[in-house]
Design a protein around this ligand. Structure first.
Ligand SMILES: NC(=O)c1ccc[n+]([C@@H]2O[C@H](COP(=O)([O-])OP(=O)(O)OC[C@H]3O[C@@H](n4cnc5c(N)ncnc54)[C@H](O)[C@@H]3O)[C@@H](O)[C@H]2O)c1
Length: 291
Protein backbone atom coordinates (compact mmCIF):
# COMPACT_ATOMS: atom_id res chain seq x y z
CA UNK A 1 0.00 0.00 0.00
CA UNK A 2 1.38 3.41 -0.96
CA UNK A 3 2.16 5.64 2.02
CA UNK A 4 -0.23 8.49 1.10
CA UNK A 5 -2.97 6.40 -0.56
CA UNK A 6 -6.42 7.99 -0.06
CA UNK A 7 -4.94 11.30 1.13
CA UNK A 8 -5.73 14.67 -0.41
CA UNK A 9 -2.98 17.29 -0.27
CA UNK A 10 -2.45 20.93 -1.14
CA UNK A 11 1.05 22.14 -2.03
CA UNK A 12 1.50 25.92 -2.15
CA UNK A 13 4.37 27.06 -4.32
CA UNK A 14 3.90 23.74 -6.11
CA UNK A 15 4.71 25.22 -9.51
CA UNK A 16 8.47 25.30 -8.96
CA UNK A 17 11.45 24.10 -6.95
CA UNK A 18 10.93 22.01 -3.84
CA UNK A 19 7.13 22.48 -4.10
CA UNK A 20 7.02 20.88 -7.55
CA UNK A 21 9.33 18.05 -6.45
CA UNK A 22 7.00 17.41 -3.50
CA UNK A 23 3.91 17.41 -5.74
CA UNK A 24 5.54 14.63 -7.78
CA UNK A 25 6.56 12.71 -4.67
CA UNK A 26 3.09 12.97 -3.06
CA UNK A 27 1.50 11.75 -6.34
CA UNK A 28 3.94 8.84 -6.53
CA UNK A 29 3.02 7.99 -2.93
CA UNK A 30 -0.67 7.76 -3.87
CA UNK A 31 -2.04 11.18 -2.84
CA UNK A 32 -4.30 13.45 -4.84
CA UNK A 33 -2.77 16.92 -5.03
CA UNK A 34 -3.96 20.49 -5.53
CA UNK A 35 -1.10 22.68 -6.75
CA UNK A 36 -1.62 26.26 -5.52
CA UNK A 37 0.63 28.96 -6.95
CA UNK A 38 0.67 32.51 -8.27
CA UNK A 39 2.60 31.50 -11.38
CA UNK A 40 0.04 30.02 -13.78
CA UNK A 41 2.54 29.19 -16.51
CA UNK A 42 4.77 27.14 -14.22
CA UNK A 43 1.63 25.66 -12.63
CA UNK A 44 0.51 24.40 -16.05
CA UNK A 45 3.98 22.95 -16.59
CA UNK A 46 3.79 21.08 -13.25
CA UNK A 47 0.42 19.65 -14.28
CA UNK A 48 1.78 18.45 -17.63
CA UNK A 49 4.78 16.79 -15.94
CA UNK A 50 2.33 15.05 -13.58
CA UNK A 51 0.15 13.98 -16.53
CA UNK A 52 3.16 12.61 -18.38
CA UNK A 53 3.86 10.45 -15.31
CA UNK A 54 0.31 9.06 -15.43
CA UNK A 55 -1.15 11.18 -12.60
CA UNK A 56 -3.51 13.33 -14.71
CA UNK A 57 -6.65 12.43 -12.71
CA UNK A 58 -5.00 13.01 -9.35
CA UNK A 59 -3.75 16.56 -9.78
CA UNK A 60 -5.33 20.02 -10.15
CA UNK A 61 -4.06 23.60 -10.25
CA UNK A 62 -5.56 26.69 -8.65
CA UNK A 63 -4.13 30.15 -9.06
CA UNK A 64 -3.58 31.36 -5.52
CA UNK A 65 -1.95 34.32 -3.85
CA UNK A 66 -1.12 32.78 -0.48
CA UNK A 67 -1.04 36.23 1.12
CA UNK A 68 -4.74 36.86 0.30
CA UNK A 69 -7.33 35.35 2.63
CA UNK A 70 -10.01 34.95 -0.07
CA UNK A 71 -7.54 32.98 -2.23
CA UNK A 72 -6.56 30.72 0.67
CA UNK A 73 -10.24 30.02 1.44
CA UNK A 74 -10.79 29.15 -2.26
CA UNK A 75 -7.69 26.93 -2.23
CA UNK A 76 -8.94 24.82 0.70
CA UNK A 77 -12.41 24.62 -0.93
CA UNK A 78 -10.82 23.45 -4.20
CA UNK A 79 -9.35 20.37 -2.51
CA UNK A 80 -12.80 19.49 -1.13
CA UNK A 81 -14.55 20.22 -4.45
CA UNK A 82 -12.11 18.27 -6.64
CA UNK A 83 -11.15 15.42 -4.35
CA UNK A 84 -13.72 15.38 -1.53
CA UNK A 85 -11.61 16.28 1.52
CA UNK A 86 -8.32 17.70 2.77
CA UNK A 87 -5.70 15.76 4.75
CA UNK A 88 -2.35 17.43 4.07
CA UNK A 89 -1.45 21.10 3.57
CA UNK A 90 2.13 21.86 2.59
CA UNK A 91 2.52 25.64 3.07
CA UNK A 92 5.66 26.15 1.06
CA UNK A 93 5.27 29.15 -1.29
CA UNK A 94 7.89 31.81 -0.85
CA UNK A 95 10.08 34.56 -2.27
CA UNK A 96 13.35 36.16 -1.23
CA UNK A 97 11.58 39.36 -0.19
CA UNK A 98 13.15 42.60 0.96
CA UNK A 99 16.94 42.78 1.29
CA UNK A 100 19.60 45.41 1.96
CA UNK A 101 20.82 47.27 5.06
CA UNK A 102 18.16 47.85 7.73
CA UNK A 103 18.18 51.58 6.97
CA UNK A 104 17.48 50.82 3.30
CA UNK A 105 14.60 48.42 3.97
CA UNK A 106 11.24 49.99 3.10
CA UNK A 107 8.05 49.40 5.07
CA UNK A 108 6.45 48.21 1.85
CA UNK A 109 9.23 45.67 1.25
CA UNK A 110 9.07 44.49 4.87
CA UNK A 111 5.27 44.10 4.74
CA UNK A 112 5.41 42.26 1.40
CA UNK A 113 7.97 39.82 2.83
CA UNK A 114 5.87 39.13 5.91
CA UNK A 115 2.68 38.86 3.83
CA UNK A 116 4.11 36.20 1.51
CA UNK A 117 6.19 34.28 4.05
CA UNK A 118 4.33 34.66 7.35
CA UNK A 119 0.76 35.89 6.87
CA UNK A 120 0.42 33.10 4.28
CA UNK A 121 1.30 30.48 6.88
CA UNK A 122 -1.16 31.97 9.40
CA UNK A 123 -3.91 31.97 6.73
CA UNK A 124 -2.96 28.50 5.52
CA UNK A 125 -3.06 27.08 9.05
CA UNK A 126 -6.37 28.83 9.75
CA UNK A 127 -8.30 27.61 6.71
CA UNK A 128 -6.75 24.20 6.09
CA UNK A 129 -7.19 23.20 9.75
CA UNK A 130 -10.88 24.11 9.46
CA UNK A 131 -11.17 21.84 6.40
CA UNK A 132 -9.42 18.99 8.26
CA UNK A 133 -11.65 19.39 11.30
CA UNK A 134 -14.71 18.86 9.08
CA UNK A 135 -13.95 15.17 8.56
CA UNK A 136 -12.54 14.73 12.05
CA UNK A 137 -9.80 12.34 10.99
CA UNK A 138 -6.90 14.68 11.66
CA UNK A 139 -4.27 15.75 9.16
CA UNK A 140 -0.88 17.33 8.68
CA UNK A 141 0.12 20.94 8.13
CA UNK A 142 3.71 21.15 6.92
CA UNK A 143 5.51 24.47 6.51
CA UNK A 144 8.72 25.36 4.69
CA UNK A 145 10.68 27.47 7.18
CA UNK A 146 14.41 28.03 6.68
CA UNK A 147 17.67 27.74 8.59
CA UNK A 148 17.71 31.54 8.12
CA UNK A 149 14.98 31.65 10.78
CA UNK A 150 17.17 29.72 13.24
CA UNK A 151 20.47 31.57 13.14
CA UNK A 152 21.92 34.87 11.95
CA UNK A 153 23.62 35.20 8.60
CA UNK A 154 21.38 32.88 6.58
CA UNK A 155 19.31 35.47 4.74
CA UNK A 156 18.21 39.09 4.60
CA UNK A 157 16.83 40.80 7.75
CA UNK A 158 13.19 40.63 6.67
CA UNK A 159 13.41 37.09 5.25
CA UNK A 160 15.11 35.70 8.37
CA UNK A 161 12.67 37.38 10.75
CA UNK A 162 9.68 36.17 8.71
CA UNK A 163 10.97 32.58 8.77
CA UNK A 164 11.69 32.78 12.52
CA UNK A 165 8.06 33.81 13.07
CA UNK A 166 6.91 30.78 11.13
CA UNK A 167 8.94 28.42 13.34
CA UNK A 168 7.20 29.91 16.38
CA UNK A 169 3.78 29.45 14.74
CA UNK A 170 4.56 25.78 14.06
CA UNK A 171 5.17 25.15 17.77
CA UNK A 172 2.23 27.14 19.08
CA UNK A 173 -0.36 25.90 16.60
CA UNK A 174 0.84 22.30 16.99
CA UNK A 175 -0.02 22.54 20.68
CA UNK A 176 -3.50 23.81 19.89
CA UNK A 177 -4.29 21.27 17.16
CA UNK A 178 -2.78 18.18 18.80
CA UNK A 179 -6.10 17.11 20.38
CA UNK A 180 -7.66 17.21 16.88
CA UNK A 181 -4.91 14.87 15.63
CA UNK A 182 -3.69 17.58 13.28
CA UNK A 183 0.09 17.58 13.28
CA UNK A 184 1.94 20.81 12.52
CA UNK A 185 5.52 20.37 11.39
CA UNK A 186 8.22 22.26 9.53
CA UNK A 187 11.21 21.75 7.30
CA UNK A 188 14.12 24.18 7.53
CA UNK A 189 16.08 23.79 4.30
CA UNK A 190 19.71 24.85 4.05
CA UNK A 191 20.87 25.80 0.55
CA UNK A 192 18.79 23.99 -2.05
CA UNK A 193 19.29 24.22 -5.80
CA UNK A 194 15.98 25.74 -6.90
CA UNK A 195 15.11 28.56 -9.35
CA UNK A 196 14.63 30.90 -6.34
CA UNK A 197 18.37 30.69 -5.70
CA UNK A 198 19.94 30.09 -9.12
CA UNK A 199 17.39 31.57 -11.56
CA UNK A 200 18.25 28.93 -14.13
CA UNK A 201 22.04 28.96 -13.63
CA UNK A 202 22.89 26.46 -10.85
CA UNK A 203 26.57 26.37 -11.87
CA UNK A 204 27.03 30.02 -10.82
CA UNK A 205 26.16 29.18 -7.20
CA UNK A 206 28.28 26.06 -6.72
CA UNK A 207 30.16 27.69 -3.80
CA UNK A 208 26.95 28.42 -1.88
CA UNK A 209 25.53 24.97 -2.67
CA UNK A 210 28.65 23.30 -1.27
CA UNK A 211 29.01 25.37 1.88
CA UNK A 212 27.86 22.50 4.09
CA UNK A 213 29.87 19.47 5.33
CA UNK A 214 27.83 17.00 3.26
CA UNK A 215 29.53 16.72 -0.15
CA UNK A 216 26.40 16.68 -2.34
CA UNK A 217 24.41 19.71 -3.47
CA UNK A 218 20.98 20.08 -1.82
CA UNK A 219 18.31 19.28 -4.42
CA UNK A 220 14.51 19.83 -4.34
CA UNK A 221 14.03 16.05 -4.06
CA UNK A 222 15.97 16.07 -0.77
CA UNK A 223 13.19 18.25 0.64
CA UNK A 224 10.39 16.30 -1.08
CA UNK A 225 11.53 13.03 0.49
CA UNK A 226 11.46 14.52 4.00
CA UNK A 227 8.10 16.17 3.27
CA UNK A 228 6.67 12.79 2.27
CA UNK A 229 7.96 11.22 5.48
CA UNK A 230 6.65 14.03 7.72
CA UNK A 231 3.21 13.84 6.06
CA UNK A 232 2.99 10.04 6.36
CA UNK A 233 1.90 7.99 9.35
CA UNK A 234 5.55 7.03 9.88
CA UNK A 235 5.86 10.49 11.50
CA UNK A 236 2.64 10.11 13.54
CA UNK A 237 4.22 11.14 16.86
CA UNK A 238 6.10 14.17 15.48
CA UNK A 239 4.39 17.51 15.91
CA UNK A 240 5.59 21.03 16.69
CA UNK A 241 9.00 20.14 15.25
CA UNK A 242 10.95 21.90 12.51
CA UNK A 243 13.47 19.54 10.94
CA UNK A 244 16.68 20.94 9.50
CA UNK A 245 17.42 19.51 6.04
CA UNK A 246 20.69 21.29 5.39
CA UNK A 247 23.53 18.80 4.85
CA UNK A 248 24.94 19.73 8.28
CA UNK A 249 25.23 23.45 7.55
CA UNK A 250 23.99 24.56 10.99
CA UNK A 251 25.79 21.70 12.74
CA UNK A 252 28.99 23.24 11.35
CA UNK A 253 28.05 26.42 13.18
CA UNK A 254 30.24 29.49 13.31
CA UNK A 255 33.30 27.47 12.25
CA UNK A 256 35.65 29.67 14.34
CA UNK A 257 38.49 27.20 13.85
CA UNK A 258 37.94 26.57 10.14
CA UNK A 259 35.95 23.96 8.30
CA UNK A 260 36.66 20.43 7.05
CA UNK A 261 40.34 19.52 6.74
CA UNK A 262 41.26 23.16 7.46
CA UNK A 263 39.74 22.99 10.96
CA UNK A 264 42.56 23.56 13.48
CA UNK A 265 41.26 20.70 15.63
CA UNK A 266 41.73 18.26 12.77
CA UNK A 267 45.43 19.05 12.31
CA UNK A 268 46.72 17.88 15.69
CA UNK A 269 45.60 15.68 18.58
CA UNK A 270 46.08 16.00 22.33
CA UNK A 271 44.45 17.25 25.54
CA UNK A 272 44.33 20.93 26.43
CA UNK A 273 44.79 21.09 30.23
CA UNK A 274 44.10 24.80 30.39
CA UNK A 275 46.09 26.98 32.77
CA UNK A 276 46.59 24.22 35.35
CA UNK A 277 50.37 24.23 34.92
CA UNK A 278 50.21 20.57 33.86
CA UNK A 279 52.05 19.60 30.70
CA UNK A 280 50.06 19.60 27.55
CA UNK A 281 51.04 16.94 25.03
CA UNK A 282 50.22 17.73 21.46
CA UNK A 283 50.89 15.55 18.46
CA UNK A 284 50.80 17.13 15.01
CA UNK A 285 49.06 14.87 12.54
CA UNK A 286 50.59 14.34 9.12
CA UNK A 287 47.98 14.43 6.39
CA UNK A 288 48.42 10.68 5.65
CA UNK A 289 47.97 9.94 9.36
CA UNK A 290 44.41 11.31 9.59
CA UNK A 291 41.81 8.56 9.60
N1 LIG B 1 16.00 27.24 -2.12
C1 LIG B 1 16.51 27.39 -0.92
O1 LIG B 1 17.75 27.32 -0.75
C2 LIG B 1 15.62 27.66 0.27
C3 LIG B 1 16.19 27.59 1.54
C4 LIG B 1 15.38 27.77 2.65
C5 LIG B 1 14.02 27.99 2.47
N2 LIG B 1 13.48 28.06 1.22
C6 LIG B 1 12.04 28.25 1.12
O2 LIG B 1 11.51 27.19 0.35
C7 LIG B 1 10.24 27.56 -0.19
C8 LIG B 1 10.17 27.16 -1.64
O3 LIG B 1 11.14 27.88 -2.37
P1 LIG B 1 11.95 27.31 -3.62
O4 LIG B 1 13.38 27.43 -3.27
O5 LIG B 1 11.42 26.00 -4.05
O6 LIG B 1 11.63 28.49 -4.67
P2 LIG B 1 10.91 28.55 -6.09
O7 LIG B 1 10.98 29.97 -6.50
O8 LIG B 1 11.46 27.52 -7.00
O9 LIG B 1 9.38 28.17 -5.74
C9 LIG B 1 8.58 29.03 -4.98
C10 LIG B 1 7.17 29.05 -5.55
O10 LIG B 1 6.35 29.90 -4.70
C11 LIG B 1 5.50 30.63 -5.53
N3 LIG B 1 5.02 31.86 -4.86
C12 LIG B 1 5.73 32.94 -4.50
N4 LIG B 1 4.93 33.86 -3.95
C13 LIG B 1 3.67 33.36 -3.97
C14 LIG B 1 2.40 33.84 -3.54
N5 LIG B 1 2.25 35.05 -2.99
N6 LIG B 1 1.33 33.04 -3.69
C15 LIG B 1 1.45 31.81 -4.26
N7 LIG B 1 2.62 31.32 -4.70
C16 LIG B 1 3.72 32.09 -4.56
C17 LIG B 1 6.34 30.97 -6.77
O11 LIG B 1 5.52 31.32 -7.87
C18 LIG B 1 7.09 29.64 -6.96
O12 LIG B 1 6.39 28.77 -7.81
C19 LIG B 1 10.12 29.06 0.07
O13 LIG B 1 9.27 29.28 1.20
C20 LIG B 1 11.54 29.48 0.40
O14 LIG B 1 11.58 30.63 1.23
C21 LIG B 1 14.26 27.91 0.12
Amino acid sequence: MKKLAGKVAIVTGGASGMGRATVMRFLADGAKVVVADLNEQNGAETISVARAQGHGDSVAFIRTDVAREADVVAMAAEAEKRFGRLDIAYLNAGVGGAFGPIAETSVEGWDYTFAVLTRSVFLGMKHTSLAMKKHGQGGVILVTASIAGMVGGGGSHAYSAAKAAVISLIENVAAELGPDRIRVVGIAPGVISTPLVHRGKPERYEKQFKQQPWPDRGEPEDIADVAAFLCSSDARFITGETVKVDGGLLAQGVALWGTGADNTFMKSAGVNRGTTGETMVVRTLQSGERK
